[in-house]
Design a protein around this ligand. Structure first.
Ligand code: NAG
Ligand code: NAG
Ligand code: NAG
Ligand code: NAG
Ligand code: NAG
Length: 505
């Protein structure tokens, strides 16, 4: 879902997923709900309002939660009925020709008005149908944007086509169905929402009119749709919160990435500003790496970790352009593992090393993202770096409320004068950790990373360099955790003492 808020509205699609099944007439979703999100056999989770979904008799128990569409679907659609918006099939749009598309995929998919409420006011492109837009130009702008996103993620990056049914196990023979997007006047507490039509196994989207052409909403929702059609993370409770992380990664990658540049230009789309939220990612870096807690969580903002895996500036095995697709495809089917467990198989590097270096690179937002690093200089002075308390004698300890939680970190910029040798020594750590001195040349922007080994490191830092101490909570054994319902083991913060000479926090 895309949550209404701020100017753009953000994105909330509550968990697809369940670690247990709710009973008939039990609650199965809603904002703040951390209980089961699937229903026992013979009942279906029916959306009632943003705060409440309930298991009602009938239907299939497969798939998602909060977004079945019965009760609230009374909103009058405001689409016009004039001749200019009468059913029109646009056949002139270019189709993608990228080689990773399935060989049998037709240039134009078949529309199905029974997915979602249908209607007579729509516009088509080869892979999409937009219903109910307030103008032809808005519909066409949305179609161009969606075709560009399709071209990037399905064409360039080889994700499974969302034109193929979730229920289809032999993809090469289709059928391929258009993805329906409904432009609507209102949604309860959201700017956009993805639904799944169980009978056809097709995702479909609703977006409030004013956000229809905003990629942070519509491409975000389409990201949920592609994620759904990749299948493996559906109905897995421990992937639940990560759906928002993935959808925001999709939207930001569409907007900013060189990976999508040719797809964007093919459909007249420009690169636009990154959505990275450094006050959250860096200011709250101590949080669990993906935390779906209501109000305080970071699951919408945590996507730069996925960008790091995708750009792979450290050249780790198994990562790079296809990292997220690999996380989908190598998910152990129906295991309810966390994406970090999958990551442990996708890359032989080890999750502790990957997460430790991700946070070390976040010291200067040097994660390979094309523009996030450019946002950092203007925002760094406003970020909350108050992580440590002095104990005297150059010894510091983390504030108890900011001890790094599971796979989170403390990022501690150090002050120095001129050329110095910085020594750091960690002792008394309560949990396993990965710590690094991140060093950046302030003229060239070049970075280097010095590992703490055996608890300490020493680095000569030149007068034209700056230095940051970074320490991440990286247990050797991954934890099976549900980001919507943090357990005590992931909320167990890393306590430590660090002695720092040559520079000060
Ligand atoms: C659906 O119901 C079947 C039969 O009771 C059960 O085995 C399966 O786990 C259920 N699936 C979900 C996602 O709840
Ligand atoms: C970034 O995150 C912070 C903390 O969650 C939030 O208060 C702020 O509104 C966010 N900024 C933007 C631009 O979304
Ligand atoms: C998961 O199941 C799908 C079929 O639905 C199969 O193609 C895929 O290889 C399986 N993935 C793994 C990791 O076993
Ligand atoms: C430092 O740590 C990183 C990440 O943990 C690792 O890839 C690298 O090999 C280490 N370098 C040295 C010199 O130990
Ligand atoms: C930092 O970068 C500048 C400009 O490229 C270079 O002249 C200088 O030698 C660099 N400093 C260090 C310590 O490498």
């Amino acid at each position: 879902m895309a949550r209404l808020g701020g100017l753009l509205g953000f994105l909330l699609f509550q968990a697809i997923g369940a670690y247990a099944q709710a009973p008939l007439y039990g609650q199965c979703g809603g904002i703040g709900w951390t209980g089961p999100t699937s229903c026992s056999a013979g009942s279906t989770c029916i959306y009632s309002n943003a705060y409440y979904s309930q298991c009602l008799p009938g239907g299939s128990n497969t798939s998602t939660t909060t977004t079945l569409t019965t009760t609230t679907r009374t909103t009058t659609r405001t689409g016009t009925t004039s001749a200019t918006t009468a059913p029109t099939t646009t056949t002139t749009r270019a189709t993608t020709t990228t080689s990773s598309l399935s060989g049998n995929e037709p240039a134009t998919f078949t529309a199905n008005p029974n997915i979602g409420p249908g209607g007579s006011n729509f516009r088509d492109s080869p892979h999409f149908r937009v219903y109910g837009a307030t103008s032809t130009s808005a519909a066409d702008a949305a179609l161009d944007m969606l075709e560009a996103a399709y071209s990037c993620f399905v064409g360039t990056l080889g994700w499974r086509s969302p034109g193929l049914s979730y229920n289809d196990n032999t993809d090469d023979d289709g059928p391929w169905t258009k993805i329906n997007i409904y432009s609507v006047s209102t949604l309860p507490g959201a700017a956009g929402v993805m639904h799944a039509d169980y009978a056809t196994g097709m995702a479909w989207l609703e977006v409030i009119h004013q956000y229809l052409t905003i990629p942070g909403v519509t491409v975000h929702e389409f990201g949920h749709g592609m994620h759904y059609h990749e299948k493996t993370w559906v109905d897995q409770g421990r992937t639940g919160a990560w759906w928002e992380t993935v959808a925001n990664f999709v939207a930001d990658t569409f907007k900013t990435s060189p990976l999508c540049a040719s797809a964007r230009s093919q459909y007249g789309q420009s690169a636009t500003a990154t959505e990275i939220n450094l006050s959250k990612v860096i200011g709250d870096s101590f949080q669990v790496i993906v935390d779906g807690s209501v109000d305080t969580g970071n699951y919408y903002e945590a996507w730069p970790f996925l960008s790091y895996l995708t750009y792979n500036p450290d050249g780790y095995s198994g990562l790079g352009t296809n990292a997220l697709r690999n996380l989908f495809r190598q998910y152990a089917n129906n295991s309810n593992e966390t994406p970090l467990h999958t990551l442990a198989r996708v890359s032989s590097t080890g999750v502790a090393t990957i997460v430790g270096r991700y946070w070390a690179r976040m010291a200067y937002v040097d994660i390979g993202h094309p523009t996030a690093g450019q946002v950092f200089p203007s925002q760094r002075s406003r970020l909350n770096y108050a992580n440590l308390d002095s104990q005297g004698n150059n010894v510091y300890k983390p504030k108890s409320a900011r001890r790094p939680l599971y796979m989170g970190a403390n990022i501690v910029p150090l002050k120095k004068s001129g050329a110095v040798t910085v020594n750091v020594a960690v002792s008394g750590a309560s949990l396993a950790y990965t710590a690094t001195l991140s060093i950046r040349n302030t003229s060239s922007g070049a970075t280097r990373y010095v590992n703490l080994s055996g608890g300490s490191a020493s680095a000569a830092v030149a007068s034209d360099e700056e230095v940051t101490f970074v320490i991440a909570n990286t247990p050797a054994n991954l934890i099976l955790y549900d980001a919507f319902s943090l357990s005590s083991d992931v909320k167990n913060g890393l306590d430590y003492s660090v002695t720092i000479t040559g520079a000060t926090p």
